[in-house]
Design a protein around this ligand. Structure first.
Ligand SMILES: Nc1nc2c(ncn2[C@@H]2O[C@H](COP(=O)(O)OP(=O)(O)OP(=O)(O)O)[C@@H](O)[C@H]2O)c(=O)[nH]1
Ligand SMILES: [Mg+2]
Length: 308
């Protein structure tokens, strides 16, 4: 079946997407740092919150977080006693909750499930962006990750996974703190791009194209000069995280940006991408980003449905 393109609609002022960005645990609090969106830091560690510049900060005791790992309705019932209505009320006037953390840590793993459950119970679209641990990290961590990943897929519209093992090919020979810094800015890219292009009226198309229990991987292309159209698509597709066959992907999200976006260029990029993803329904967005100067950028999330 030929693929279809669904374009995000230009947002009028009252239809602008209202996103909220949740950073959970040490990694999550680092990842959301400096994001140009409403941010909420949540952790069991006072040190994480002290470092954070998020607009809102929530401290949750570790024992309480463990007690909150039930179903959506359990979480909602218990939450007011534990953190008051404050956390629940954050989901008012919100269209999308982006949930970010490093899976494997206790806080990120349990906290992301809790936040995803609240979003779902409140009818707010939720997208999780998570790292998975290096192979060298403990077996217990990796076991916890497999379990939490399944739970998150069951609760979120989309879970975008950034496997730490693939980081070395993106940033070889760097100390880990620098490598995490690079990863943090890459993880924010799809969030900023989706928040800049999607409007409230697109939430239904997002659900239709991407669905639920969907597992995503991210690729980024940046190019300038001659043949930039070909190169931006090919670079995005060569992401170390794409270990699935793009030719069989059921869905993708693609966002083109440039300091001066050009319709003809946009058409050529989307045609090249459609040829490379022949079975995918593609959610397509474009926007103006003056910081790109003479470069163009393509953010690409390739989706795969998971049987739970
Ligand atoms: N992207 C990114 N990943 C990180 C960073 N720091 C740690 N990680 C990864 O995130 C995973 C979880 O670690 P933490 O975030 O420290 O754990 P936590 O969620 O705070 O959980 P606990 O401290 O165990 O309660 C680790 O396995 C690391 O691989 C960071 O700054 N950025
Ligand atoms: Mg921690």
């Amino acid at each position: 079946m030929p693929n279809q393109i669904f374009r995000f609609s230009p947002a009028s002022e009252d239809q602008r997407l209202r996103p909220k960005l949740f950073g959970i645990g040490s990694a999550g609090c680092n990842i959301i740092e400096g994001a140009p969106l409403p941010t909420i830091a949540l952790s069991t560690s006072a040190a994480d919150l002290a470092r954070s510049h998020a607009e809102r900060k929530f401290m949750v005791g570790e024992d309480r977080l463990m007690g909150l790992s039930g179903t959506e309705t359990d979480v909602l019932k218990q939450l007011p006693e534990i953190v008051g209505h404050e956390l629940l009320d954050l989901f008012n006037n919100t269209d999308v909750a982006f949930i970010m953390c490093g899976l494997g840590g206790l806080t990120g793993s349990m906290g992301s499930k809790m936040v995803a459950s609240i979003a779902r119970a409140k009818g707010v679209m939720n997208v999780a962006l998570v790292t998975t641990p290096f192979s060298a990290e403990s077996f217990r961590r990796r076991e916890l990750v497999a379990k939490v990943m399944t739970d998150l897929l069951g609760t979120c519209s989309l879970v975008i996974e950034f496997d730490n093992d693939k980081l070395s090919s993106l940033a070889p020979n760097l100390p880990l703190s620098k490598t995490f810094g690079i990863l943090n800015s890459i993880m924010l890219r799809p969030v900023e791009d989706i928040a800049s292009t999607m409007s409230r009226t697109d939430v239904a198309s997002f659900d239709r194209a991407v669905g639920n229990a969907t597992h995503g991987r991210f690729g980024l292309g940046l190019a300038r000069g001659d043949e930039r159209v070909e190169r931006v698509v090919d670079e995005a597709l060569s992401s170390p995280w794409f270990d699935l066959d793009p030719a069989q992907a059921p869905a993708a999200i693609a966002i083109y940006s440039a300091s001066d976006p050009w319709d003809k260029e946009e058409d050529r990029i989307s045609q090249r991408l459609q040829a490379k993803l022949p079975t995918a329904d593609i959610l397509w967005g474009s926007y103006k980003d003056p910081s790109l100067a003479d470069r163009i950028r393509l953010s690409l999330v390739i989706c795969n449905r998971r049987e739970l």
